[in-house]
Design a protein around this ligand. Structure first.
Ligand code: HEM
Length: 141
């Protein structure tokens, strides 16, 4: 494809539409990664017959894969939500919380008790993220 025939439509989108697409897109891209990590843990547990990671597996699948995918679909379905200034904070704080949880929970369940406060912070971040999402839903859905 030559430069003249390349599709630049997304580059030329108005700022608000570009922002809407990127919030949903970032959420969905993280969601599929969490799903792979969560399923990988499930496969490991089944093969090794070691169920230590069961709570980490459940949280990464449900908060990581399922909730994040629902965020992505909601932002995609209701464009006005992405235009909220809070949306970027919802994305950043939620992602911080889930990535932190994804790293800290397996460590904790394999005996690294010092990560316990990190799990607390990661979970608090997710509550704050959900509170922001609640505000955005009530204002724009
Ligand atoms: C390749 C896919 C998956 C595999 C191989 C897998 C495997 C497992 C295994 C081996 C257990 C422990 C069962 C036991 O203790 O007897 C488990 C528990 C569980 N899984 Fe999965 N899983 C998969 C996907 C998912 C997904 C997609 C979700 C949710 C969206 C999920 C949610 C849960 C929950 C809630 C539990 C119970 C945790 C607990 O009792 O503490 N899993 N899974």
């Amino acid at each position: 494809m030559t430069t003249a025939t390349m599709d630049h439509s997304e580059t030329y989108l108005p700022r608000t539409r570009a922002r809407r697409i990127s919030i949903a897109r970032v959420f969905v891209r993280f969601a599929v990664l969490y799903a792979l990590i969560g399923m990988g843990m499930g496969i490991y547990m089944g093969v090794a017959e070691d169920f230590t990671l069961r709570p980490a597996h459940a949280h990464i699948n449900l908060l990581g894969w399922a909730s994040t995918m629902l965020f992505a679909l909601t932002y995609r379905a209701v464009p006005a939500m992405s235009e909220s200034r809070l949306a970027i904070w919802h994305l950043a704080i939620t992602t911080f919380g889930i990535v932190g949880m994804t790293i800290a929970m397996p460590l904790y369940f394999y005996g690294q008790e010092w990560v316990h406060p990190i799990i607390g912070i990661a979970m608090l971040a997710q509550v704050i993220g959900m509170s922001l999402f609640t505000l955005i839903v009530y204002r724009h859905f």
